[in-house]
Design a protein around this ligand. Structure first.
Ligand code: C2E
Ligand code: CA
Ligand code: CA
Length: 481
């Protein structure tokens, strides 16, 4: 027992001296780093230029010894928001603490990767703003980079305490591997990690991604479409089409869904499934969404004044718009601008937006509903909302995602799910719309299930407004002659 105590004391003192030694070396290294010309004044980390020079030397060694190396590009999520909310000096303090956190990760990794203590701090840089990079000279396997990146994300997520405020942040990390990503220059390696980081941001933040060449293609397309969308907005080149939602039995039009259309001068038709997510990612959806709501209200007011008083137009509103626009005043302003009765407008929000809807959003929806604007849940069945949530939502219409009807004829499981969604929705008194009806068999099945409304190519595709008018006029004349 005595012997054991002695042994443990001996180990403790050994460990103590090991860590003191490490701290001393780290402190000396800090001093050395501070003396480097290209050192970032705020965090005392090396800057981009020094980092690239360091990687250049390391890659020469990697090439000679056939080492695999890795580069991590770290970008804090929503740092701008922190700066805007708490001020620049608060942001600076956060960057300092983040640097310390990254230092300790690099320091720990140094132990497991057997880097030389003289160089390990040169493997960590502040590239500028809230962007950092870590170079790992000798990897056992490329998977190690993912483990380290996940460890960094985990450590940063623990949060920071600044001026008695606890701050939670996340980071997106892109990874490039040498020589797998077949790049010999440090700049190209950094760029690839940057592209992968961008991919991590686009896929939800707080994630890490390893670079692949398809990412570059995707990113070029992304940047191109953002610029082209800006031009299209400025030159008023978007249009809206209107797809009828009809009564299953009488086939009478109940209302129209407004769907955006983009005829690009060179590329031709570009699908909203491609450009809407990019518009959301770049926040261009805010400007675009304002135009969509205005245009839909303008069109509906013109139909209303021409006598189409019973129908309405439904406008898709994305999650990003809900975050940035105060829904009730935003919608009411558009309605008032065109002197449109509230009952002539519907707002479509996807089920996934309802899953984490704030009480404020629910309140805004309730206010709109009280004034007569209808609310629809879009793409129902794909967003994993719970039944209890559904019962409490201020919603009039439930649109069952087209996935279900597309599968229901051949796949018995989908058929059963479709039946139970329809049963549940009618129990809760929702007006049900099944989207994506393309074939007569699907139409017959929907009729059998007792659904009241359908939308799909079997009835009509999305139509330009003058076709809608022509169609309605035709129906009117048929009925009255
Ligand atoms: P969504 O809101 O679910 O719209 C229905 C989509 O299904 C439309 O595609 C429509 O053209 C298509 N569709 C209609 N009938 C059928 C059918 O029988 N079969 C099949 N396979 N498809 C059918 P679209 O216009 O390409 O739009 C795709 C998505 O883009 C929309 O899905 C919506 O999420 C988004 N989107 C379109 N317009 C807008 C808009 O004005 N604002 C916003 N925020 N999103 C929009
Ligand atoms: Ca929709
Ligand atoms: Ca839908």
């Amino acid at each position: 027992m005595r012997h054991q105590v002695k042994k443990s004391k001996y180990m403790q003192s050994n460990l103590h001296s090991f860590f003191s030694d490490l701290i001393m070396k780290t402190k000396t290294k800090h001093k050395q780093i501070e003396n480097i010309a290209h050192c970032d004044k705020l965090t005392k980390l090396i800057d981009r230029q020094e980092f690239l020079e360091h990687i250049k030397q390391r890659l020469i060694i990697s090439a000679k010894n056939e080492y695999q190396s890795g580069l991590l590009f770290i970008d804090l999520d929503d740092f701008k928001q922190i700066n805007n909310s708490f001020g620049l000096s608060f942001g600076d303090e956060l960057l300092k603490q983040v640097s310390e956190c990254l230092r300790s990760v690099v320091c720990t990794e140094k132990l497991s990767f057997k880097m030389s203590p003289q160089t390990f701090e040169l493997n960590l840089a502040r590239l500028g703003g809230d962007k950092f990079a870590i170079f790992i000279h000798k990897l056992k396997s490329s998977e190690d980079t993912i483990r380290i990146a996940q460890n960094i994300i985990f450590e940063l997520k623990k949060g920071f305490l600044i001026a008695n405020k606890s701050i939670n942040i996340s980071a997106s990390i892109g990874i490039a591997i040498y020589p797998k990503n077949s790049s010999t220059t440090p700049n190209a390696l950094l760029q690839m990690a940057d592209v992968a980081m961008y991919h991590a941001k686009a896929n939800g933040r707080g994630l890490c991604y390893v670079y692949s060449s398809t990412m570059s293609k995707k990113m070029r397309r992304h940047h191109y479409l953002v610029e082209e969308m800006r031009l299209a907005l400025a030159s008023n080149s978007f249009t809206l089409s209107y797809q009828p939602i009809v009564n299953v039995n009488s086939l009478e039009i109940n209302y129209f869904e407004a769907l955006i259309r983009w005829q690009h001068p060179i590329e031709g038709h570009i699908s909203p499934s491609e450009f809407i997510p990019i518009a959301e990612d770049s926040n261009l959806i805010l400007e675009l969404g304002d135009w969509i709501l205005d245009e839909a209200c303008r069109q509906m007011a013109s139909w209303y004044n021409a006598g189409m008083k019973e129908t309405r137009i439904s406008v898709n509103v994305s999650g990003i718009q809900l975050k940035h626009r105060c829904l009730h005043p935003w919608v009411i302003a558009a309605i008032n601008k065109f002197d449109l009765p509230a009952k002539s407008l519907m707002i479509e929000i996807t089920e996934s937006c309802f899953v984490d809807a704030s009480p404020e959003l629910i309140l805004q929806l309730e206010k709109l509903r009280n004034e007569g604007v209808k609310i629809a849940i879009d793409d129902f069945g794909t967003g994993f909302s719970s039944l209890s949530l559904l019962a409490t939502l201020p919603v009039d219409v439930l649109k069952i995602d087209q996935l279900f009807i597309a599968q229901a004829i051949q796949n018995n499981k989908y058929n059963k799910i479709l039946r139970s969604i329809v049963n549940m929705a009618s129990q809760l008194d929702f007006k049900i719309v099944v989207e994506g009806i393309e074939q007569v068999e699907q139409y017959e099945l929907i009729k059998l299930l007792g659904v009241s409304y359908i939308q799909g190519y079997f009835i009509d595709p999305p139509l330009q407004s003058h076709y809608v008018e022509k169609k309605l006029l035709q129906r009117y004349t048929e009925l009255h002659t």
